[in-house]
Write a protein that binds this ligand. Structure first.
Ligand code: 6PG
Length: 482
């Protein structure tokens, strides 16, 4: 009888293929399966070419399942939603009690929780595992966020500890928690990713449209930023992008890319969840709104004609380039801290609601490598939560607070400059407003409360005595009207 594989993987698109090869390369024989058989053959061929890796391909679901040693573990890397249910149906028919399914897609966490219940009825264990890092990460070391059955996690722990990205503080994987927590954490990771990308795009816009930096100067600025506090994957790839020439015409490719951002849904879910949980996440929300607005390309082109005659500045402001580059770096960094504070607070709120007991510092640790938001500064976030696991907000950590104080004037200069030049910086402005709202002991919410009580008798609290009060504002105002 042929030797059985240690694990199986179904769904051989880009991520699936690369993760399967990564697992095989770490010394775990793997069986692979895909609905369309060409992908299976392609993966087996790649395994041969990339060092005769122990990958066995199957065109038949039953043979695939039976080629895996018991208790069987099958990772699914399939488009989230109904296709996952379909694949589970096909594969589970051949699986046995104690076997385990691991969904590695960007799945909505409640779908995972439903499937966990359904799997339980069949005697199967189930994990929803966030996988971040794109094609390269999947092949050479992603950040992994498994949540659900702890028993299932233990089955695959030896594999995922080796497959994940390795950094100074260990492999970028940990057992996240029960239920759909792995998917939820990956969803917020993506929301933060949206925020980071938007903030970087705004930095680019200010430097290009106001500072008149060329693509080469932009590349130099981003490369130098990548040596300091902003050092991260997204800053690094941004610097690379400015250096890529158009292979179909003159100039840089980035200038030819249509300014319409696509999306698959995780950023939108993050904002919806923030609203559900009453957690302010304005930086992440502004990144989503910016994607929506970018989609209105034709409408924006018409609007630009309508408002052409209005002198909005449009970047015609004299600035010293190096000062601007330094200011924008500081504005980007301070905005980023606010965005991560929002994401972390969202995770904490969900954890409290669901009783997941998520460890924010540990999440920052597993994001240090492998994933799209990997960054040097995540180590500092981890340390902030190590110092105080009950930190109300990252902004309250003494080190981050000090950094915000040091950067706030540069940040205000950048936002003001952009506003005066007619260049929108929704992410940076939202972060700054978040900071300014958070740090003030008195907000104009007193007036909103008074208005609510005026027209709807919603009552209000007072600053000088306990209880709830209602005032006949209208009557009193009428008597005293001038
Ligand atoms: C990752 C990425 C990856 C993908 C998302 C976001 O962590 O590897 O987040 O999962 O890029 O699907 O994509 P959209 O921008 O298309 O929503």
């Amino acid at each position: 009888m042929a030797e059985l594989s240690r694990i199986g993987l179904a769904g051989l698109a880009v991520m699936g293929q690369n993760l399967a090869l990564n697992i095989a390369e770490k010394g775990f024989p793997i069986s692979v399966y895909n609905r369309s058989p060409e992908k299976v053959d392609e993966t087996v061929e790649r395994a041969k070419l990339e060092g005769n890796l122990p990958v066995k391909g199957f065109h038949d679901a039953k043979e695939f399942v039976h080629s895996i040693q018991k208790p069987r573990v099958i990772i699914l890397l399939i488009k989230a939603g109904p296709p996952v249910d379909k694949s589970i149906e096909t594969l589970a028919a051949h699986m046995e009690e104690g076997d385990c399914i691991v969904d590695g897609g960007n799945e909505w966490y409640e779908n995972t929780e439903r499937r966990q219940e359904e799997a339980k009825k069949r005697g199967l264990l189930y994990l929803g595992m966030g996988v971040s890092g794109g094609e390269e990460g999947a092949r050479n070391g992603p950040s992994l966020m498994p949540g659900g059955s702890y028993e299932a996690y233990k089955y695959i722990e030896d594999i995922i500890l080796k497959v994940a990205a390795q950094v100074d503080s260990g492999p970028c994987v940990t057992y996240i928690g029960k239920g759909g927590s792995g998917n939820f954490v990956k969803m917020v990771h993506n929301g933060i990713e949206y925020g980071d990308m938007q903030l970087i795009a705004e930095a680019y816009d200010v430097l290009k449209s106001v500072g008149k930096l060329t693509n080469q100067e932009l590349q130099e600025a981003f490369s130098s930023w990548n040596k300091g506090e902003l050092c991260s994957f997204l800053i690094e790839i941004t610097a690379d992008i400015f250096g890529v020439q158009d292979d179909k015409g003159d100039g840089c490719l980035v200038d030819k890319v249509l300014d319409k951002t696509g999306m698959k849904g995780t950023g939108k879910w993050t904002v919806q969840q923030a609203a559900e949980l009453s957690v302010a996440a304005p930086t992440i929300a502004s990144s989503l709104d910016s994607r929506f607005l970018s989609g209105l390309k034709e409408e924006r082109m018409e609007a630009s004609k309508v408002f052409k005659s209005v002198d909005l500045g449009d970047g015609n402001v004299e600035v010293a380039k190096q000062t601007l580059i330094d200011d924008v770096r500081k504005a980007l960094y301070a905005s980023k801290i606010c965005s991560y504070a929002q994401g972390m607070n969202l995770i904490r709120a969900k954890s409290a609601e669901k009783g997941w007991d998520l460890k924010l510092g540990e999440l920052a640790r597993i994001w240090k490598g492998g994933c799209i938001i990997r960054a040097v500064f995540l180590d500092r976030i981890k340390k902030a939560y190590d110092r105080n696991p009950h930190l109300a907000s990252l902004l309250m950590d003494p080190e981050f607070a000090q950094e915000m104080i040091e950067r706030q004037s540069a940040w205000r200069r950048v936002v003001t400059l952009a506003i005066n030049a007619g260049i929108s910086t929704p992410g940076m402005s939202a972060s700054l407003a978040y900071f300014d709202s958070y740090r003030r002991d008195r907000l104009p919410a007193n007036l909103v409360q008074a208005q609510r009580d005026y027209f709807g008798a919603h009552t209000y609290e007072r600053i000088d005595m306990p209880g709830w009060f209602h005032t006949e504002w209208f009557k009193i105002a009428k008597q005293t009207k001038i």
